[in-house]
Design a protein around this ligand. Structure first.
Ligand code: AP5
Ligand code: MG
Length: 192
């Protein structure tokens, strides 16, 4: 089993590259953002609570997302590997993920970190907000709040996995195809 964390700030291309990577490597895509938006669409109590926080650009509580990931891991016992997108986002989530994976006798193989400048992130997200219907892409203040939250709570996740030599930085600017090639070459190095 080979598990990957696709890491990076909001708008760095995690979702875009995840779609291509799961197809190429037969991985199960676990995006906590997508799982939360599906709860919002179904108007569950979890979704209603989470939307209030997401609309401010803040992180939902660790216990909520760790619970969702734990259920998703249990629901896919035959998986050849998982691609985590937008999770873990705090050191507490990272530690919880490592524990959940070790209970299944597996671990994170690599953390691929997409590097994109802040101006480019804001440009991409506001542009997507014109058509996506995502309420957290609509206003520049919320987009910037998400980036601030990333610097305050999430960037330390790279340092956490760095202590185990698992982090590789990849240039996240350029064409989608170019970035995909760079990501594949890092994965292939570790699979061979
Ligand atoms: P989440 O859904 O994870 O959103 P995010 O991290 O803000 O990131 P995005 O999905 O906006 O960006 P992305 O990196 O996936 O980029 P994408 O490929 O879409 O989280 C949303 C919220 O949920 C959080 O704010 C939080 O409240 C909550 N949440 C989620 N997970 C959580 C967790 N673990 N803990 C606590 N709270 C959590 O690309 C962005 C745009 O750029 C697209 O329009 C795309 O077409 C375009 N694009 C992509 N690649 C390129 C390229 N190479 N060149 C030009 N444009 C590109
Ligand atoms: Mg995404």
């Amino acid at each position: 089993m080979f598990n990957i964390i696709l890491f990076g700030p909001p708008g760095s291309g995690k979702g875009t590259q995840s779609e291509k990577l799961i197809a190429a490597y037969g991985l199960i895509h676990l995006s906590t953002g997508d799982l939360l938006r599906s709860e919002i669409a179904k108007q569950t109590s979890l979704g209603i609570e989470a939307k209030i926080i997401m609309d401010k650009g803040q992180l939902v509580p660790d216990a909520v997302v760790v619970g969702m990931i734990s259920s998703a891991l249990d629901a896919n016992p035959q998986a050849g590997g998982f691609l985590f997108d937008g999770f873990p986002r705090t050191v507490a989530q990272s530690e919880a993920l490592d524990t959940l994976l070790s209970l299944k006798n597996t671990e994170i193989g690599v953390v691929l970190a997409l590097d994109v400048s802040e101006e480019e992130l804001v440009k991409r997200l506001l542009n997507r907000g014109l058509t996506s219907g995502r309420s957290d892409d609509n206003t520049e203040s919320v987009v910037r709040a998400r980036i601030t939250e990333y610097h305050a709570k999430t960037s330390v996740v790279a340092r956490y996995y760095g202590q185990f030599n698992k982090v590789v930085h990849v240039k996240g600017e350029g064409s989608v195809a170019e970035i995909f090639t760079l990501l594949c070459s890092e994965i292939d190095k570790r699979l061979s």
